[in-house]
Design a protein around this ligand. Structure first.
Ligand SMILES: [Zn+2]
Ligand SMILES: [Zn+2]
Length: 399
């Protein structure tokens, strides 16, 4: 990006005819930095807001259109961010395939993003244009029953503002961070941390929350069912907790290879074998201390419970559609004193912890990116995600 001062006459938007000379895209680029510190800032912002941007908009299952739409304007408390990296998420792929109850088309999807502040709404003091930022996709209200109980991830008003679901998302040139998220769950990216790493903030925060609930002890035998990006982040955190042996179960050889490369001590290809039998065989016949389900299917939920040893913990992280009934052996849970826990979303503290883990390099997220594409590749990226052919694809909306 050009970083020229507005005193440079050739670039100043006050110059008559510049709009035509540079074209809207160049003008927006110019607005980003020079206007943050110049007297013609407001004029630039007016021109920026009258610009358009490319965006991947979801219309109905299987229909995603790349369109030119107006660059949004941040309201009070909001932040307008130029989107630099957006990671594909399994939820985006699901939305593309079968829609989502929150989605009111046309909707720009994409919620795992990192970018640069270009404009802030009134009252925003923590952020200024030019700052590199990351944000979670939602934030708790801090006022409802569950927020007051200290369970902000279960906030009853979470749906009010979710980027890429109930608010416009980040597969676009620009994205607005809504007021509540800007206030509670937005951070400056620490120096030296690339946008690509920062964009892992939200998914890692979810995994951090689940990992805290699982209470993995040093030396524990941990089994993670599912070798997608979420399962692999569970692997990384379990290792960080000092787990003894971490085994990844999946039906894809490619994913199992990726898991081994990332440090899995053992992998099990569960196609054609009974998962709990394979786990018990390896764990002295007892089963694992902690089993984490990161798939979200009734069969694997059931296997997760059966593969847990007496006194152990089953962490059900992958979500099944509501109304799903999962059969399990009541005796195993009762006489085996199995602790069964669900895990949902993230909390402001797990978001902060995720940021620390990314910034310190304690959790190395880079290997989870298996491809990179421009904005025109979003549809293909979501198809590849849906077919399990990619872990995370980094979309660069600036290209
Ligand atoms: Zn996500
Ligand atoms: Zn709440």
């Amino acid at each position: 990006m050009e970083d020229r001062p507005c005193s440079d006459e050739a670039w100043c938007p006050n110059r008559v005819g510049l709009h035509d000379t540079l074209g809207l895209r160049d003008l927006s680029e110019h607005s980003l930095k020079s206007c943050a510190r110049s007297s013609c800032r407001s004029l630039c912002l007016i021109m920026l807001s009258s610009s358009t941007m490319r965006a991947a908009r979801f219309y109905e299952p299987g229909v995603l259109k790349l369109e030119n739409v107006p660059v949004p304007t941040p309201a009070a408390g909001e932040i307008l961010v130029k989107s630099h990296v957006v990671l594909t998420c399994g939820t985006d792929a699901k939305m593309y395939r079968r829609g989502h109850p929150f989605a009111k088309p046309p909707l720009i999807i994409g919620h795992e993003f990192a970018g640069e502040v270009v404009e802030v709404g009134s009252g925003v003091e923590r952020f200024q244009p030019g700052m590199r930022v990351i944000a979670a996709n939602s934030a708790p209200c801090n006022a409802c029953h569950f927020c007051k109980l200290g369970k902000p991830n279960l906030c009853e008003n979470l749906d009010d503002v979710i980027i890429g679901f109930t608010r416009q998302g980040a597969y676009a040139g620009y994205v607005v961070i809504p007021e509540r998220i800007a206030r509670v769950n937005t951070y400056e990216i620490p120096e030296g941390v690339p946008f690509e790493h920062g964009a892992f903030l939200e998914p890692l925060a979810c995994v951090v929350h689940g990992n805290e609930l699982a209470q993995i002890q040093r030396g524990d035998e941990v089994v993670v069912i599912g070798g997608g990006p979420i399962g692999l982040m569970h692997l990384l955190l379990a290792k960080l907790n000092g787990a003894g042996r971490v085994t990844i179960c999946d039906i894809s050889e490619q994913r199992l290879r990726e898991a081994a490369d990332l440090g899995a001590d053992d992998v099990i290809n569960t196609s054609g074998v009974k998962l709990h039998e394979a786990v018990r065989e390896r764990a002295k016949g007892y089963g694992a201390d902690v089993v984490i389900e990161a798939v979200g299917r009734p069969e694997t939920w059931s296997e997760a419970l059966t593969a847990t040893r007496k006194g152990g913990t089953t962490m059900l992280f992958g979500g099944c559609p509501s109304g799903t009934i999962v059969p399990f052996d009541a005796a195993h849970i009762h006489y085996g004193e199995i602790t069964v826990k669900g895990s949902f979303h993230h909390t402001p503290s797990s978001v902060r912890r995720a940021l620390e883990l990314i910034a310190s390099g304690k959790v190395k997220v880079a290997p989870l990116i298996t491809a990179r594409m421009g904005l025109s590749g979003v549809e293909q990226a979501l198809k590849e995600m849906g077919e399990g052919r990619a872990l995370k694809i980094a979309i660069d909306p600036t290209s």
